[in-house]
Design a protein around this ligand. Structure first.
Ligand SMILES: [Fe+2]
Length: 534
């Protein structure tokens, strides 16, 4: 881990880094930072750089990637092989250094307010327009036409989705996209889709970009080495990345790889407002990492550019790599985030707080406080609430909730949701802890304890009513039809005579109802054990 975390004067716009043995282009630039973060420069290597002996030299080079720190900063970066390639003072000089073409990538309308305006300027060997006409590709298991599927208001759960065996068929990241559910229409720029990626092969001379919206990618098994027009990044389980609309990227991987994707059509992801929490907490801006400029001047017979456009796939060809951006600047960038960097807030008195306290990123709608989609995690944390049923409460929500598990076991359903699987509780579909969890938590001794250790589950929560695809319900063969049975053992415990029972401050009298019969002479309520099991 290398960290240069000193504040840089505004006049300083470059820092030389020379001690990265596996990375020749060891030079990055950063200048004025606006938005939520400071003017700090942080160079971070992947945690797995400490496990170098497990990888070849070539792989180690990929693991020692460098990043720019901050969320929606005004970043500057140039590949050190071409010093001075980034024009100064202006975006579009008559002739750019090194004979590069300038190209703007707009993430918001030209006239968006300054605080939300997103764009970047790319200085590249060839402009992106140099390709053959797009031709339609088979859609595979991607979907956006929700009207062809039957509505399903049931509680749904999927066992871990199968990753294709490479011996049977080679499947890359794009070929391995499968839509589970969604709502809305990319043509209207309103809606979301949730996909699983199930793949075993790197993309070769092939890149992908999405005209419909942003991808929030959650790897669950296997690492993703992602090359973007802005540079390279490594994203591994317990990290997430966001590739925003229009950004070209290619995914390399090694072995069976699986994960979740939240696609949003409306808007870009932002950090949630902190309100009374104050200036710090949840996902701090400095935890978000953007790649540094990297280019390849590579000519090939056929390089395929795949575009997702209005929910369909198209392919065009060109004779060169699209990753030919020598320098760039702007605030419209890809980024990644390590979920272990999340600063958790929770109750230290009583009751179970709403899960919104765990929001990492949100894609806002036009209605205040209502998200098109929130990305929420349930990280390891201390649980200290007194006189409280600590797991998630039973509820019905005006939002839809899709849950996934990266590793470990989910606290409210230890025996049901598995890593690589998922649940969906749609709008107003009742749900909550299974009967085992309820029994256990109702009888637990309430002492401070660490919960969700060695596990990371997450939720995509949306204001939209989700339609589930035929792939998810049938083709995948992973829908667990027995899932609703996990609640069927919940017992009726009601007994009006128990109204006279007054739990003490630690809830001891209350919990004793479940543990053992309460003597009638002590409480004058009859046999409570009978009351529980009636
Ligand atoms: Fe819920």
């Amino acid at each position: 881990m290398h960290a240069l975390n000193q504040s840089l004067p505004c006049c300083i716009n470059s820092v030389e880094i020379s001690n990265f043995p596996f990375w020749n282009t060891s030079f990055i630039m950063i200048t004025s930072s606006v938005a939520e973060s400071s003017q700090n420069l942080v160079i971070r290597t992947s945690k797995t750089a400490n496990q170098k002996k497990r990888f070849s030299v070539a792989e180690m080079a990929k693991e020692s990637l460098q990043y720019l720190s901050g969320f929606r900063n005004e970043f500057h970066s140039e590949d050190p092989r071409c010093p001075g390639s980034l024009p100064t003072k202006q975006n579009n000089p008559q002739r750019c250094p090194y004979g590069l073409y300038p190209e703007q990538l707009s993430g918001t309308s030209f006239t968006s307010p300054r605080e939300t305006n997103s764009r970047s300027w790319l200085y590249r060997i060839r402009p992106s327009v140099l390709h053959t006409p797009f031709k339609k590709l088979p859609l595979g298991n991607l979907s956006t036409n929700w009207d062809i599927f039957e509505p399903n208001p049931n509680q749904l759960k999927w066992d871990p989705f199968d990753i294709p065996d490479v011996e049977d068929r080679r499947v890359d990241f794009v070929q391995g996209l499968n839509t589970v559910c969604g709502a809305g229409d990319p043509k209207d720029r309103h809606g979301i889709a949730i996909h699983m990626f199930l793949c075993n092969t790197s993309m070769e001379d092939k890149c992908f970009y999405n005209s419909d919206g942003d991808f929030l990618i959650v790897p669950q098994q296997g690492k993703l080495w992602i090359t973007t027009e802005f540079g390279k990044m490594l994203v591994e389980p317990n990290e997430i990345c966001v590739i925003q609309q229009g950004m070209r990227f290619s995914v390399e991987l090694k072995g069976p790889t699986r994960g979740y994707i939240l696609e949003v059509y409306n808007n870009h992801f932002v950090l949630p407002p902190l309100g009374p929490i104050g200036a710090n907490g949840l996902a701090n801006p400095r935890g978000f990492l953007t790649p540094v400029a990297w280019y390849e001047d590579k000519e090939v017979n056929k390089y395929t550019v795949i575009n997702k456009f209005q929910g369909h796939l198209f392919a065009a060809c060109q004779n060169h790599s699209p990753f030919d951006v020598v320098a760039w600047h702007g605030n419209y960038v890809p980024y990644k985030y390590n979920l272990s960097d999340f600063m958790v807030f929770n109750t230290v008195s009583f009751d179970h707080a709403d899960p919104s306290i765990f929001t990492v990123l949100t894609c806002p709608s036009t209605r205040p406080g209502v998200a098109i989609a929130d990305f929420v995690i349930f990280p390891p944390r201390w649980s200290t609430a007194e006189n409280t049923f600590r797991p998630p409460y039973y509820h019905r929500n005006c939002m839809s909730e899709f849950m996934g598990l990266i590793y470990g076991s989910y606290e409210a359903k230890e025996d049901t949701l598995k890593p690589g699987g998922a649940t969906l509780h749609n709008i107003m579909t009742p749900h909550g802890p299974d009967s085992n969890c309820f029994e256990k938590a109702s009888n637990a001794q309430l002492v401070p304890e660490k919960v969700a250790e060695e596990t990371m589950s997450f939720m995509f929560e949306s204001c939209l009513n989700m339609t589930v695809t035929d792939w998810a319900c049938n083709t995948s063969l992973k829908l667990d039809v027995n899932y609703p049975k996990c609640w069927q053992n919940l017992k009726k415990m009601f007994n009006p005579k128990l109204m006279s029972l007054k739990p003490n401050i630690n809830g001891e009298a209350y919990t004793s109802i479940y543990r053992s019969p309460i003597h009638a002479e002590d409480n004058d309520v009859g046999n409570a054990d009978t009351a529980v099991h009636n």
